[in-house]
Structures are given as structure tokens and as C-alpha cells.
Design a protein around this ligand. Structure first.
Ligand code: GTP
Ligand code: MG
Length: 148
């Protein structure tokens, strides 16, 4: 079963959207397998967004991500990476569809509430980066009501 790393960014935490975001993923049928509030060191955020280090907005992005705690989450389920990205909406909230998290709660690309892994390979890397302590295993009792 596929896993994805979802992170509520500092603006999402400050705006009280942690519960809403968890709730959307739970209700969709994803299994919550890890969650914590974190104030990561700068180096960890630079590692998380390493692919973007040459972009002009990178310093601003790191400053934004350091502006308060983040809420780190791992969800597991069918096509979790792609479906998670669809639930988040387009990177720029001005282009995010209504009904997506960014499309419902954000306006600016530099304050877009949440992160979601973009590939299965990156999801596994991000889960290892954010949850080095490992993840609890359990089975979802109503799984046969969610998956064929
Ligand atoms: P994440 O889920 O956070 O990784 O976003 P994404 O995958 O939709 O976009 P990407 O990985 O390309 O960019 C990471 C983050 O950098 C975005 O979510 C934005 O917060 C920020 N970002 C991306 N492009 C821009 C930009 O053009 N300007 C500014 N200010 N920020 C940007
Ligand atoms: Mg990204």
C-alpha cells in the first residue's frame, strides 16, 4: 500500500487548519500512520526542499517554513501520492480548484498551507527524513469498506 508525506506548513498551523487537513484525508479513506508537531532545524528544511535550492524563491521559502512549527503527517492508501496532490490542489492557490485544500484556504503561492510528496520515491525519502524514529504499524478494521 502506497504512503505519502503530508505536511501542514507554518501558515496552516497558525490558521488552525491541522484538524481540517487530517479530517479530509481520514474521510477520504486514508490511514493515518504518523503525526507530530515539529520545529525542524533549517538544515532539515533545506534537505526537504533540496531540489529547489537554485530557485530565486528558495531563501524566502526556507524563511517561511521556519516561521513556526509544522505538522508532519504520513497517510497510507490507494494511490496515496497522486491522490494526496489532487487533494492539496495546484501549487499556486490562484490556480487551485475549489474543493482542494489550497483552493479553499489559500491565495498566495508563498503561503499555500500544505506540502504533499510528488513521487513515490520522494515520499519514502521524506518519510525517512521526517520520521527517522519509524512508524507505528496497525491494520484498519474497516479496510474492506474502503478497498475492493
Ligand atoms: P510542496 O508540496 O510544498 O512541495 O509544493 P509543490 O510540490 O506543489 O511545489 P514545489 O515543490 O515546486 O514548490 C515548493 C514550494 O515552494 C511551494 O509549495 C511554494 O510554497 C513554494 N514556491 C514554489 N514556486 C514558487 C514561486 O514561484 N514563488 C514563491 N514565492 N514560492 C514558490
Ligand atoms: Mg514539491
Amino acid at each position: 500500500r502506497e504512503r505519502t508525506y503530508i505536511m501542514v506548513k507554518p501558515d496552516g498551523v497558525q490558521r488552525g487548519l491541522v484538524g481540517e487537513i487530517i479530517s479530509r484525508f481520514e474521510k477520504r479513506g486514508f490511514k493515518l500512520i504518523a503525526a507530530k508537531l515539529a520545529s525542524p532545524p533549517k538544515e532539515q528544511l533545506e534537505k526537504h526542499y533540496a531540489d529547489l535550492s537554485s530557485k530565486p524563491f528558495f531563501p524566502g521559502l526556507i524563511k517561511y517554513m521556519l516561521s513556526g512549527p509544522v505538522f508532519a503527517l504520513v497517510f497510507e492508501g490507494l494511490d496515496a501520492v497522486k491522490t494526496g496532490r489532487v487533494m492539496l490542489g495546484a501549487t499556486n492557490p490562484l490556480q487551485s480548484a475549489a474543493g482542494t485544500i489550497r483552493g479553499d484556504y489559500a491565495l498566495a503561492v508563498g503561503r499555500n498551507i500544505c506540502h504533499g510528496s510528488d513521487t513515490v520515491e520522494n515520499a519514502e525519502k521524506e518519510i525517512a527524513l521526517w520520521f527517522p524514529e519509524g512508524i507505528v504499524q496497525y491494520s484498519l478494521l474497516q479496510e474492506s469498506m474502503i478497498f475492493e
